[in-house]
Design a binder for this molecule. Sequence first.
Ligand code: ZN
Length: 480
Amino acid sequence: MDVEVLHHGGAVQVGSERLRLKDLLGPDRLQGGGLRIKGARLAEHSLWLALSDGTEHQVPLPPAKTTDRLATLIVRNIGQLLTMQGEGGVGLVAHAAVVCCREHVLEVVPDRDALSAVALAPGCRVVDACGGVVSPGLVDPHTHPVFGGERSVEFGLKAAGRSYLEIHKAGGGILSTVRSTRAATFDQLARSCGANLTRLLAWGVTTCEGKSGYDLTLEGELRLLEVLRTAGDCHPVDLHATLLGAHTLPPEYIDEREAYVELVAGQMVPRAAAEGLCRFCDAYCEDGAFTPEEVERIFRAAQAAGLGLRLHAEQFTDQHGTELAVALGAASADHLEAVGAAAIEALAGSRTTAVLLPGAALACRCPWPPARALLDAGVPVALGTDLNPGSSMTSSLPLMMSLACMQLGMTCEESWRAVTCVAAASLGLGDQIGRVAAGLQADLVIFDAPDYRYIPYHYADNHARVVIKRGRVVLERQRD
Ligand SMILES: [Zn+2]
């Protein structure tokens, strides 16, 4: 059988199987996402790997699926387990334990049965939650984690009251990130993307969505999607990629809008989809970015190519992008600071999730998005960090929960659902992650907290002590 290293060292092809580094080593041995595969060959029912840190590994080829019910990891002594089961609330179970078998949850049991409910596998790990809160791994449904450079000087100018034009003249704005991104090597971008995933993980995020959008050329946007793939292959956090070729008009096309829209719809979208580089297509529908008509042209091409849709809609002005997103069956309409009543009604009768980004509203001094009106109308509401170098330089999803509770009129329970089950559903992953139940992925966060409301209540503090991804401990801090 032939063995070939793929994805810039993120994966190997073994016969007909493609295996990512994280599948081969396990999410707990990835050393922060910096390792790459340098060489690979088959050796007696196992795979020999040479890694970028100079080490060599003999890993068994993934064993055939077994149906045994053995506990490989148990989280016990949980004060409050948030299962997110049921239509509302947090599905709270007191004094519980979670029994995991390899990558999945086997059972939720009373703590007194933690060690006896299921036979223990040799080497079964028992993690003491110390009476704290345990939630599903957090899911961030809106990030821009791959970009070159940073914009702290521009932040300083904004804070000093300088105008957009002055910042633009000083070389700031989104196009400065486009320049830095185009100038960066693949490896530099993959490393900084991995560092952003590590920051998200530190707050308890185990799955995120991530967008391209800072190159704005055909080959460059495909390169950014490849960066996202390699970063995700080599990091414990699962990354679901979105093509955002229609982020802003690139300088080369300033007088040729139509030609750029055609490039995105006619070439970027079909190639990204055909090469399996992304699951979703996004666009920025805004005054100064793209019109609803231009977005529709791109989205119809994306649908024809089999991609799901997400839309930056109504951030500063009401362009009726939300109505378009609903009409095309988009997975999400994001931002919505300036959304109108008719659009809320349209969302209410649809399967499109409202993804709210209070960090961007805070940084841009926008009105808060109307979370209460959306929730009262029956719209599913998720929260994202919008991690990006311009308008929301944060990786803290719990801070978004705090803002949601303190400023957006959301309850603590709604804020928890917004970063777990609702966010997962908006990514089409509601049957795998975002809740704690038998058969779901064993992604869990242990918070050092006496109550689930303690987490949004302590804004900008980090109480995540242990993070578990696919049944393995990937982050562990000492107790205070
Ligand atoms: Zn965004």
